[in-house]
Ligand binder design. Structure first.
Ligand code: COA
Length: 258
């Protein structure tokens, strides 16, 4: 169905694998077309409760934007390319369903940016992160300068951005860029076990957690007001009635997403 992606849906968890292993899963135009189509599916398909994004092969999550497509790009075309990339990654960040990046190797440039637009990250022990664009006379264009500062702090982000260097999985864990580091063969299972837990919660409440936490970094919004309104919205749901009733009746809730 997709030229550059593999997808599976298992027990509510939808796994998207970027599948260009011979090019270290570099993000070319077709990957962005496919990502936008698959995000339509994520948003629209009620059977999808949560999402894993990973890369094909044992070596790379995504080694960046496809550098072969940079040749001869005009200023206008490259600006449009960055805008398109940012819009795609905003759709990931703003997804009402949890999206976890399973970083199974190199996450460089656009790969690091893709991982950072996901709601949280789990790394395999061979993972490496970096924004090497300065090596090409460039800067990140898909939100990397912003999200790296948000996630690891300005000083560390500045050093990584300006040096073009890489950090390993242990440093990424220490910096808070990833939540866990696990052996590669356990990577997807670790994500699945976390998502299995999240998938037992009320979907609307989970989506409101994402929306409210994202508001911290959105200057057009007052995050505290977003939280107040989201709290009120949750009170109007069947799942809130079910969750509180189940607690009082000392039983497990049966959430329906309504
Ligand atoms: N765009 C296009 N092709 C890429 C790519 C990218 N970002 N990253 C890797 N590839 C391709 C290589 O050109 C090579 O293709 P080939 O076999 O047809 O020559 C293939 O993927 C394997 O990569 P290779 O460089 O041979 O692997 P390596 O183990 O020697 O090095 C990296 C791995 C990740 C260090 C190296 O590939 C690299 O530096 N990639 C670019 C990273 C980058 O600058 N990303 C930001 C882009 S804005």
């Amino acid at each position: 169905m997709y030229q550059t992606l593999l997808t599976t849906l298992d027990n509510g968890i939808f796994t998207i694998t970027i599948n260009r292993p011979d090019k270290l899963n570099a993000l070319n135009k077709q990957v962005f077309i496919d990502l936008n189509t698959v995000l339509d599916e994520v948003y629209a398909n009620a059977d999808i409760r949560s999402v894993i994004i990973t890369g094909s092969g044992a070596k790379a999550f995504v080694a960046g934007a496809d550098i072969t497509e940079f040749n001869g790009l005009s200023k206008e075309a490259s600006t449009a390319m960055a805008k398109k990339g940012q819009d795609t990654f905003f759709r990931i960040e703003r997804s009402p369903k949890p999206i976890v990046a399973c970083v199974n190797g190199f996450a460089l440039g656009g790969g690091c940016e893709l991982a950072m637009s996901s709601h949280f990250r789990i790394a395999s022990d061979n993972a490496k992160f970096g924004q090497p664009e300065v090596n090409l006379g460039l800067i990140p264009g898909y939100g990397g300068t912003q999200r790296l500062v948000q996630l690891i702090g300005k000083g560390r982000a500045m050093e990584l951005l300006m040096s073009g260097g890489m950090i390993d999985a242990a440093a990424a864990l220490q910096y808070g860029l990833v939540n866990y580091v696990v052996p590669q063969e356990e990577l997807l299972n670790k994500a699945r076990s976390i998502l299995d837990t999240i998938n037992t919660k009320a979907p609307i409440a989970v989506g409101k957690c994402i929306e409210s936490a994202n508001a911290v970094f959105d200057e057009t919004k007052n995050g505290f007001e977003v939280e107040i309104n989201s709290f009120g919205d949750c009170f109007g749901t069947d799942d809130m009635k079910e969750g509180t009733a189940a607690f009082l009746e000392k039983r497990k809730p049966n959430f329906t997403g309504k």
